[in-house]
Design a protein around this ligand. Sequence first.
Ligand code: HEC
Length: 154
Amino acid sequence: MKKSSLIKTGLGFIIILLIVIQFFDVEKNVAIAPSENAIEKHYSVPNPVQKLLKTSCYDCHSNTTVYPAYSNIQPVKWWLADHVNSGKRHLNFDEFNTYPKEKKLKKLDEIAETVRSGEMPLTSYTLIHHNAKLSDAEKAEIEQWVNEVKKHIE
Ligand code: HEC
């Protein structure tokens, strides 16, 4: 086979593959009802903090993701589902109250740490969701709130 026809066959194969994977669906992370175990039902979450968490964290750390339009395209759907599943496994604000005391305290510390270090929200996320980026003042606000909640964990 000539080199050019090899390239054409390769491209044709990739296009067919891209079409085929569009038919693979992924279950979306959208809760039908609010969770009884949501952190705000058991601990005080002031409105400004709740807003920060919803904007910067909830797409990956709650039972409901707000999906952008491009998320309906594969392989983006798989990639996002992977992030959401992994994020929820590490921390789910909507299931926070199901955690035992030690885990609650550990997760709260991790929230403060990952926010302070800029590890969270993920850079791949803030590149697209500019409003999810946290200013120094907002990071301090979250840390202050974490310290307040820790006092009420028993
Ligand atoms: C785009 C998805 C996404 C967003 C947005 C996001 N996270 Fe994460 N988060 C993850 C993933 C995925 C993990 C799993 C571990 C990893 O990949 O670092 C994680 C892990 C964590 C952990 C556990 C860290 C550990 O060491 O186990 C904490 C705590 C956390 N995130 C807090 C937050 C907070 C707080 C925000 C908002 C300020 C946030 N995340 C925003 C995806 C996200």
